[in-house]
Design a protein around this ligand. Structure first.
Ligand code: UDP
Length: 412
């Protein structure tokens, strides 16, 4: 089954003051040639994680510039998401693949979703592996089909990659976030497009220090307390346990430091709860560690407030497709420390716009440097913000999609 996701209204004109003027002009020109085309985005969840985050802005902006755009999510029983989580992990390098029963579940629910697709689309953009087989089961229906991969597929489990490749090759184009993620053996045309954040969403709009303090204080964090923060789903690849270990090292030198781990529970991530429990256990009875989820009322505004208030922002992933949280942190002009993996190094230039780390000790070391050198750290945060402005804001991503649509259209 496919279910429609309803999104609010956004206007490209509002972004004019945030990004370069010629980018907005380029978007308008491209949009002129695509007016009225029907676009469908399909993914696996409307809540939690980076893809939903992007679509809540991209879909209304596409509509605003005249593309008739919809967003639907694939709805299936829990066993489907369990199978696709195995697939997600395998594509990121986990040796455990899918068994025959899981492949059967995966194929069945993609076939059922394809049957409910309906026709009349010019472009169908399928995000990530969960709904990947839609193109196979639906046929082309006169549309151009794009598979958009958001995960780090640089060293995939080969068996799972080889199972998926023939299905990917049915697409007219595929998009990866980094060159090194392009799957070996892929035959359909590939593009590299990095994701982006929405600078005007409630998660990223400017908040005054007083407002940020006020919101964070409601969760028990007093003003002036040094605060380390990681915002992430509870997922082993995001390494919240490593962040706790780094905090424990920092705590030896900065007795008042606190750590907040904020993580939403995505509906397509059945592993989330068990890893959440492991994280809580790892934190033990340390009341200076705050572990919060969307179930504690931590929504976009609260994420913004925590990022705006924290002294050190961390994304200590050990695998990371892109890591929107890094751009979100840099956009708040905050010193940001990221794992030296996946899409994080394109956002953080080590020592200039933040720090890249390979271990718990290095992470702790950089956190202590930030707490010891607030002025230098602030300058780094400001450089990070300009880097995000130039490269990772949503109008640039919109432009890249429009360019691809225009190119694919010319081919027909
Ligand atoms: N996020 C959130 N609340 C949380 C945890 C994460 O809103 O408690 C958001 C986060 O701000 C970011 C997205 O979820 O926009 C995560 O995207 P990212 O690319 O960092 O990682 P993914 O979850 O897609 O692997």
């Amino acid at each position: 089954m496919l279910q429609e996701v309803h999104v609010g209204h956004k206007s490209l004109a509002d972004y004019q003051s945030v990004v370069a003027r010629n980018l907005v002009e380029e978007i308008r020109e491209l949009a002129d040639s695509l007016k009225g085309v029907r676009v469908l985005h399909v993914n696996a969840t409307s809540f939690g994680g980076g893809v939903a985050e992007i679509l809540y802005t991209l879909v209304p902006l596409m509509r605003d510039i005249g593309l008739d755009t919809d967003w639907r999510v694939i709805m299936a029983p829990q066993e489907f998401y369990e199978a696709t989580k195995f697939m997600h992990n395998a594509l990121q390098g986990n040796p455990v693949g899918l068994d025959e029963a899981q492949k059967e579940i995966y194929e069945t629910h993609n076939r059922l979703a394809a049957e409910s697709l309906g026709g009349g689309f010019d472009f169908v953009v399928v995000h990530d592996p969960q709904p990947l087989l839609l193109r196979h089961f639906a046929g082309d229906q006169g549309a151009k089909w794009i598979w958009r991969c958001h995960i780090d597929t640089s060293t995939p489990n080969r068996e799972v990659a080889d199972y998926l490749l023939p299905f990917i090759d049915h697409y007219d184009a595929s998009i990866f976030s980094m060159h090194q993620y392009i799957l070996e053996g892929i035959e359909c045309p590939t593009r590299v497009i990095v994701p982006a954040i929405d600078p005007l969403s409630t998660k990223n709009m400017a908040l005054s220090p007083e407002d940020a303090d006020y919101v964070v204080n409601q969760f028990g964090v007093e003003p002036y307390t040094p605060l380390m923060l990681q915002i992430s789903r509870f997922d082993p690849w995001k390494d919240p346990l490593g962040v706790i270990d780094a905090y424990r090292i920092v705590k030896k030198s900065f007795a008042t430091v606190r750590l907040a781990l904020v993580g939403s529970m995505a509906t397509d991530d059945p592993e989330g709860w068990s890893f959440f429990t492991r994280t809580v256990e790892h934190a033990g009875d340390d009341s200076d560690i705050l572990i919060l989820t969307n179930l504690n009322n931590v929504g976009n505004l609260e994420v913004n407030a925590f990022q705006s208030r924290a002294d050190v922002l961390i994304q200590k992933s050990t695998r990371e497709g892109f890591g929107l949280t890094v751009s979100e942190a840099l956009w708040k002009a905050k010193p940001t420390i990221g794992g030296n993996v996946g899409g994080i190094p394109v956002q953080i230039t080590d020592g200039e716009t933040g720090f890249l780390v390979d271990s718990v000790e290095e992470c702790a070391d950089r956190c202590m440097w930030v707490l010891d050198n607030p002025d230098e750290a602030k300058a780094m945060g400001r450089a990070g913000k300009e880097h995000v402005r130039a490269n990772f804001l949503i109008p640039r991503l919109l432009r890249d999609y429009l360019k691809l649509f225009a190119e694919l259209r010319e081919q027909s």
